[in-house]
Design a protein around this ligand. Structure first.
Ligand code: FAD
Length: 506
């Protein structure tokens, strides 16, 4: 074997359609008359560790299985390697060299990933391989707009969403390129046997991919299923009426009110750029009217927004985006966090959401906001604990979107909810689960209660007695009194935020 070799390193772009790195790699292999070797590397952090999720790993493994079949149908094959990439890739290059492929004849293609971890890894890989003669190529593909494409007039990163979205829409409108078609045929792969030390460990992957959620309630894996959901959704997202996205997206019990495409977008089973292009041009904005397609496209822009936030401010992955908020004295006791995590706070809307997370690996966006607010503002628990717990369960767990959502809720992030605006969980429940259907679905022990009692059972003794429910026996008493908790939090935040240096010019 001495032909040139093009390696396509697949990561969070597990699809065939609108895949710039795949198309570029296939063209490179054809142009050089060489082989195309698609690979996936199982990184240790995906298999184990505090931010790993067996639900997500299951979805990943199953999606890879489908992709592998689709590649074979096109004359290619997927090779799975054991990470970390910084040792697997140099070892693969060595192995190819010992099989007669000089590193100078090897090129490596991948889709740019923007998380702090991925950037450091990709930099390290390029520093290891480039001096050996391998040519390394990174393409766009994870987001609609790359994180370094948009800056404010002052040349700084956007920290506020609304002006970002305006510029984002302008940028998107400028792009008239059609999405790239899925290839029907790919250059052939090399015939190569990997040494045992490089081969992925199927038994270890299977152990890491035992979902804690119910498989029947997890999203169907793979690009084909994601595409089928997207096709239905593109039609559903249009329109402004009572059945449209704008009207339904905040109803907690409405399982079809939002697209449920987040896990597919996280793994890149679908191209966000392609989905957005399908909804363009957006209908003109009219006073008092919220079009479903504009609103949905704006959610995809939130995904890009948080990606660029972390890209420009990688410190926010581990600490507050606004540093003064790191001075908050959090409640370090185990019990409040455990009660939240286990869905036994005594606030039905919070407990229902936590149970939805555990049983399905998904939580409705409004419920994510309610539970994140409750943990940080009612229980005064550090947002990082909640962030990590979400990552351990969410199939769509995404470092940038999750961090952005948590810091928004805690008040420490960009464009944040001001810390003094604290969600009242009972009011939220009344607004977004008016008939109690969401709580009834996830907390069957309260199913006999009607709204409003189902949202604040402690305040409805007669309804409890009629339903035969005793608090503390059948369902917990509330862990905190919301009004008292709110006062404590306001004090703790005010103490920390006082430490803020005065903004310049004031
Ligand atoms: C505390 C908290 C944690 C979150 N963690 C994650 C996470 O780990 N992964 C994740 O994908 N989303 C996260 N979100 C955002 C949002 O809740 C989910 O994207 C959404 O619930 C997914 O459901 P959907 O696909 O039906 O959304 P839709 O309403 O159909 O939205 C379409 C797509 O837009 C993107 N999106 C929507 N809202 C947001 C948002 N606020 N920020 C970034 N992207 C968004 C998602 O890719 C989503 O699939 C979080 C939000 C909060 C408040």
């Amino acid at each position: 074997m001495s032909e040139p070799m093009t390696i396509l390193w697949l990561r969070r772009d597990l699809r065939l359609a609108d895949h710039p790195a795949l198309i570029a790699a296939a063209e490179d292999a054809r142009a050089s008359g060489g082989k195309l070797l698609p690979i996936f590397i199982w990184e240790p952090g995906v298999m184990a560790g505090r931010r790993a999720s067996s639900n997500r790993t299951w979805y990943l493994r199953e999606s890879l299985r489908e992709l592998s079949q689709e590649l074979e149908a096109r004359g290619s094959t997927l090779m799975e390697l054991q990470g970390p990439a910084t040792s697997a890739l140099p070892a693969l290059i060595e192995h190819l060299a010992s099989n007669g492929v000089a590193p100078a004849k090897i090129s490596l293609f991948f889709t740019r990933d923007h998380t702090p971890y991925a950037r450091a890894r990709d930099r390290a890989v390029a520093e290891l391989l480039t001096p050996r003669g391998v040519s390394v190529h990174a393409t766009r593909g994870l987001t609609v707009v790359e994180p370094d494409e948009l800056l404010t007039g002052g040349g700084t990163a956007y920290g506020v969403y609304t002006p970002y979205f305006r510029r984002w829409l302008e940028r998107v409108a400028l792009n008239t390129e059609s999405p790239l078609k899925a290839p029907t045929k790919l250059p052939s792969p090399p015939s190569l046997t990997l040494p045992g030390s490089l081969q992925s460990d199927a038994a270890a992957i299977d152990r890491a991919a035992q979902p804690t959620a119910k498989v029947a309630l997890l999203p169907v894996p793979g690009e084909n299923a994601a595409r089928a959901v997207a096709e239905r959704w593109i039609t559903a997202a249009r329109g402004n009426g009572a059945n449209g996205y704008a009207a339904r997206r905040n109803t907690l019990a409405d399982e079809d009110g939002t697209s449920r495409l987040s896990a597919a977008l996280h793994l890149g089973l679908l191209s966000p750029r392609e989905l957005v292009s399908r909804l363009l041009p957006l209908p003109p904005e009219r006073e008092g009217e919220r079009s479903g397609e504009r609103l949905w496209v704006s959610q995809i822009a939130w995904r890009d927004f948080y990606t660029q936030v972390l890209w420009h401010a990688p410190h926010a992955a581990r600490s507050s985006w606004k540093p003064a908020y790191d001075a908050i004295e959090w409640d370090e006791r185990d019990e409040p966090f455990n009660a939240w995590r286990e869905g036994r706070t005594g606030y039905p809307i919070v407990d229902a959401a936590m149970r939805q997370l555990h049983e399905t690996g998904f939580m409705h966006n409004r419920a994510r906001m309610i539970t994140a607010s409750f943990l940080t503002k009612d229980l005064l628990v550090d947002w990082r604990k909640g962030e990590e717990h979400f990552l351990q369960h969410l199939v769509d767990g995404d470092v940038a979107a999750n961090n952005g959502g948590w810091q928004w809720s805690a008040g420490s992030g960009t464009d944040a909810q001001p810390y003094f605006r604290i969600f009242n969980p009972v009011t939220q429940a009344g607004n977004f689960d008016p008939d109690g259907a969401y709580v009834r679905r996830w907390i069957p022990e309260l199913a006999a209660l009607m709204a409003p009692a189902i949202h604040a059972p402690w305040a409805h003794a007669a309804a409890l007695a009629a339903a035969g429910i005793t608090l503390g026996v059948h369902y917990p008493e509330p862990i905190v009194d919301h009004a008292q908790a709110r006062a404590r939090t306001l004090e703790a935040y005010a103490r920390a935020v006082k430490a803020l240096p005065a903004p310049r010019g004031e």
